[in-house]
Design a protein around this ligand. Structure first.
Ligand SMILES: Cc1ncc(COP(=O)(O)O)c(C=O)c1O
Length: 380
């Protein structure tokens, strides 16, 4: 059976799973949901995913970069968007024009935002980023009140939110997260006393959303749960969440090679007897890592990748699936028959986290959606 007539390698994105996962989050809280759709929605495709999360009740989209925000706006997404990270000064005007909110953590930024707002003739929407312990981005908690005061006074700037990011919410010890939440609450108390509290206070990533209801505040800022993936081995999603991505390819050639034949660059693998070796059109340029020990599914069975991973191809040892033939579907992660390889299993083999596995699929891997549910299907 030919598994796909159009593509060498593709990712199947289950938008119904994404909607299901967002609904579970919506049901779990009184707070609003900001969908973290950075990095092309963790590799799942930001435009169809933004539509799916909205249908399921997410009210905001959080992105890392100006370019991501503009892509989403140009695609017609008209809901609230926050750029969580750095906005290059030369792009501030574009974001104001596009009605995109920006993170602010310094007076210099605030002045640049205010100037751009006066030039554009529209207010700059800002969320104050407070560093409560991640030590990455944000104004130190003890200086937050002063900057909030400046924001409030600044003409042409709308103070919409204050937020922080947890560094260790996916670990078993809640101590560091409790400490960060306490620091944020202290900032918010001071803002309240000074009459400066903005409408939205937000902190909880997926891990905190699952484990610390007290951190939900006005809005969750969730990413990985939307895609049905566990935040970490120590912090797992409850029953009901569904993985949304499966990565697939197909057999392009099957050869019977005699004993002693080297396979792929460097001949790192040499056949030990007469062996069936299959070739699959996926490689490191697609995001499939060039490490040894890779495993894929074919015919509902696990089979080893042998020899070096090439830029565009891998080789399989097919003795465990005697009837495998050209065109058969190969699953790099996802389900096939009763077998499943999770992105987290691949991450373990690659010495990384499931986040990096799904974000790492290159643009060359075609994303395929259920067109009935997708208003704009990039596959067409
Ligand atoms: C600032 C910020 N908020 C929220 C998230 C969402 O995190 P998660 O995918 O663990 O839910 C991220 C992701 O790294 C982030 O950088």
């Amino acid at each position: 059976m030919l598994s796909n007539e159009k593509f060498s390698t593709w990712a199947e994105i289950d938008l119904a799973a994404i909607e299901n996962n967002v609904r579970l989050l919506v049901q779990s809280t009184e707070a609003q949901i900001m969908a973290g759709l950075k990095a092309n929605a963790y590799g799942h495709g930001v435009i169809p995913v933004s539509q799916a999360v909205r249908r399921a009740g997410a009210t905001w989209c959080g992105l890392a970069r100006v370019e991501e925000a503009m892509e989403l706006r140009y695609a017609g997404y008209d809901g609230p968007i926050l750029v969580l990270g750095f906005t290059a000064p030369g792009r501030v005007r574009s974001l104001i024009e596009a009605d995109v909110a920006m993170a602010v953590w310094s007076e210099a930024q605030l002045e640049a935002f205010a100037l751009a707002a006066s030039e554009v003739g529209k207010p700059a929407r800002v969320h104050l980023k407070v560093d409560t312990g991640m030590s990455r981005l944000g104004i130190p908690a003890e200086k937050a009140l002063k900057l909030a005061g400046r924001i409030e006074q600044q003409q042409g700037v709308d103070f919409e939110g204050v937020f922080t990011h947890f560094a260790r919410a996916d670990e078993p010890d809640p101590g560091p997260t409790i400490e960060q939440e306490r620091a944020l609450r202290l900032v918010v108390e001071r803002l309240e006393e000074a009459g400066l509290r903005p409408p939205l206070v937000h902190a909880a990533n997926t891990a905190a959303s699952l484990t610390r209801p007290s951190s939900h505040l006005d809005m969750l800022r969730v990413g990985i749960a939307i895609f049905g993936l566990h935040p970490s081995p120590d912090c797992r999603l409850p029953e009901g969440f569904q993985p949304a991505m499966a990565w697939k390819s197909q057999l392009s050639q099957v050869q019977r090679l005699p004993k002693g034949r080297g396979v792929s660059y460097g001949h790192e693998y040499v056949t030990r007897k007469t062996e069936r070796i299959g070739t699959v059109p996926v490689g490191y340029a697609d995001g499939f890592r060039r490490v040894s020990g890779n495993v894929v599914l074919i015919g509902g069975r696990r089979v080893p990748v042998v020899g070096r991973v090439c830029m565009d191809q891998i080789s399989l040892q097919l003795d465990g699936v005697a009837d495998a033939q050209v065109g058969d579907e190969v699953v790099l992660f996802g389900e096939q028959g009763s077998e499943r390889i999770r992105a987290g299993e691949v991450a373990e083999r690659w010495g990384t986290i499931n986040y990096e596995v799904v974000c790492g699929l290159s643009p060359r891997v075609r994303r395929i959606y259920d067109s009935k549910k997708t208003e704009q299907n990039p596959d067409t």
